[in-house]
Design a protein around this ligand. Structure first.
Ligand SMILES: Cc1ncc(COP(=O)(O)O)c(C=O)c1O
Length: 446
């Protein structure tokens, strides 16, 4: 049986010489892969009502990921997150009628969670552990247990971002046990962790007990930008009933077949060779991390495919280090005053690692900087995310926004984690934090 039914169909179609009297308008001409860019023609199946090659390909992906059901997204994890929350909300409404439906989420959530909640009119209660920072929110299973035990009303789910942008990983196994003990579902934003399933020690959230999760295939697997998955655990298949319709509700009606082919093609690699590629690459990256640590660089996070440095001890801000690496021919994924993040994959290869090490060898050590990031603000909530997002808006410089209510939390990407979520008041602590991370303007409720 073929592992790539979508690619097989497109290849056969291209060879057939059929006149393309259908979208897209480029008719297969114009370069950058346009030839294989088709649309939902007869035989090509439909992404949100799949009965043919897409269904077949998604089933192969579900088997590979050990999920009860896997759906493809041609619009990244952002789409999967909207669908995931919709399914969780539907499920909660089917279970019981409540005054209020809300999510219990770790605060370091990506902006796509906030936009999903504004669309769904879903309230969020935040988890703010003592040691949380803007980008890291380590949830302690025991603290979560106490929190859930003390809640009169249960959330529709607990929502975690793991791995996070820096490569910190939550204790999904224990957190899943706690959630299920309290009869609460666990949803994970695993945008950064599609590859975790294929490590020798499988660390994918679905394996560890999450009920539902999104993966951005394009972040760590060799897939085109926009490729993603929505995975539903075999123990939570009640969430799967409306899954295609949930995706369709928020998605374009013209999914990219290039992206679908890259997801389909990935199945072949994930079945044959990818595990081995990871098995060879990860120890080499681990060894590089050890050598950098021995030279005095502080490393952050335990995620295998991220190299995150906290270079202030070496005398550089994260952004300065990223600029230095750029000058030396290396472009990082993200940088802020405290961190420089490099995302690497087996495709980086040993040669890529050598280039990185060589560049670090050219970096002169400077006097350590003692500057600490400001404490994470806990802004007062004035209205719901939806109320704020749907209110008339006004763009102001951050300084003039003091005391105003955040209207739209959009904040540059990466990493797109809002300091102040829509509906919260911008106080002095929030302003300090916004200044520190370089946000000079924001959109407030008028
Ligand atoms: C943690 C996290 N979640 C979700 C997303 C959204 O993923 P995508 O870009 O695949 O839509 C991102 C994107 O950077 C992310 O970092």
């Amino acid at each position: 049986m073929s592992l790539t039914p979508i690619c097989d169909f497109v290849n056969k179609y291209l060879r057939s010489g059929t006149l393309r009297a259908h979208m897209p308008g480029h008719k297969g001409l114009g370069g950058f892969g346009a030839e294989a860019d088709i649309t939902e023609i007869a035989g090509a199946d439909e992404l949100y009502e799949p009965e043919g090659i897409i269904r077949e390909s998604e089933k192969i992906a579900a088997r590979l990921f050990g999920a009860g059901k896997t759906l493809y997204s041609a619009e990244g994890s952002s789409l999967s997150i909207r669908a995931m929350l919709y399914l969780l909300l539907l499920n909660a409404k089917q279970q019981e009628k409540r005054e209020r439906y809300f999510l219990l989420a770790a605060r370091n959530a990506h902006i796509s969670l906030v936009s999903a909640c504004s669309l769904l009119d879903l309230d969020i209660e935040w988890l703010w552990p003592e040691d949380a920072s803007l980008l890291n929110c380590p949830v302690d299973p025991r603290a979560l247990d106490e929190k859930l035990a003390g809640m009169a009303e249960k959330p529709i789910a607990v929502y975690l971002t793991s791995p996070d942008y820096l490569g910190n990983v939550q204790n999904i196994r224990d957190i899943a046990l706690v959630c299920h003990w309290h009869g609460v579902l666990l949803a994970v934003d695993n945008a950064h962790g599609a590859y975790l399933r294929f490590l020798e020690n499988d660390l994918h959230p679905i394996t560890l007990g999450a009920d539902i999760c999104c993966d951005s295939a394009h972040k760590t697997l060799p897939c085109l930008t926009g490729a993603g998955y929505l995975h539903i655990s075999r123990y939570a298949l009640f969430l799967a009933e409306n899954a295609e319709r949930a995706m369709a509700l928020f998605a374009s009606t013209s999914p990219s077949y290039l992206i679908l082919q890259s997801l389909d093609r990935a199945n072949e690699y994930l079945s044959n060779g990818y595990r081995e590629a990871l098995r060879c690459f990860v120890p080499k990256l681990d060894a590089l991390k050890e050598r950098l640590a021995a030279k005095g660089f502080s490393l952050v996070g335990s995620e295998k495919l991220k190299l995150t440095l906290a270079p202030k001890g070496f005398g550089y801000t994260g952004t300065e280090l990223a600029a230095f690496l750029r000058k030396n021919g290396i472009e990082c994924e993200a940088a802020d005053p405290d961190h420089t993040v490099l995302m690497l994959t087996p495709e980086t290869g040993e040669e890529g690692l050598l280039r990185i090490e060589k560049a670090f060898g050219l970096l002169e050590r400077r006097e350590a900087s003692m500057e600490q990031p400001p404490a994470l603000p806990r802004p007062e909530r004035i209205m719901t995310v939806r109320e704020a997002v749907l209110s008339p808006q006004q763009r102001l410089s951050a300084e003039r926004a003091f005391g105003r209510i955040m209207g739209n939390g959009y904040c540059g990407c990466p990493p797109a984690v809002p300091v102040v979520v829509p509906g919260e008041r911008i106080d002095e602590a929030a302003l300090r934090c916004m200044r520190y991370y370089g946000f000079s303007a924001c959109t407030v409720v008028k």
